[in-house]
Design a protein. Structure first.
Length: 94
């Protein structure tokens, strides 16, 4: 059995979860996540949308990494790395 969280740790976790406000993110020019990571990737578009996200008070995104996009080669991983950097620069949780 796992040890029980201390009250301080439980409160810190509750504060963290309560402060999380986010969305599922697919860039506007892509119809789905496969397109986002392959044919429609635009770092400038992603940056603009992340700036809008932060301006509206959101601080987290959920993204999906599809096997189909991964099969396409290393471009997807390059795009994901760029996206994660854009998020980190804006203090957006992924």
């Amino acid at each position: 059995m796992r040890p029980r969280y201390s009250l301080d740790r439980a409160n810190a976790l509750a504060d963290f979860v309560a402060s999380t406000r986010g969305v599922n993110h697919v860039i506007a020019s892509a119809a789905n996540m496969i397109e986002m990571w392959t044919t429609r990737w635009s770092a400038a578009e992603a940056a603009r949308e992340l700036d809008l996200l932060r301006a509206t008070g959101l601080n987290s995104v959920r993204i999906f990494l599809s096997f189909e996009a991964w099969e396409g080669g290393s471009a997807m991983m390059t795009h994901v790395a760029e996206y994660l950097k854009l998020c980190a620069d804006r203090d957006v949780r992924v």
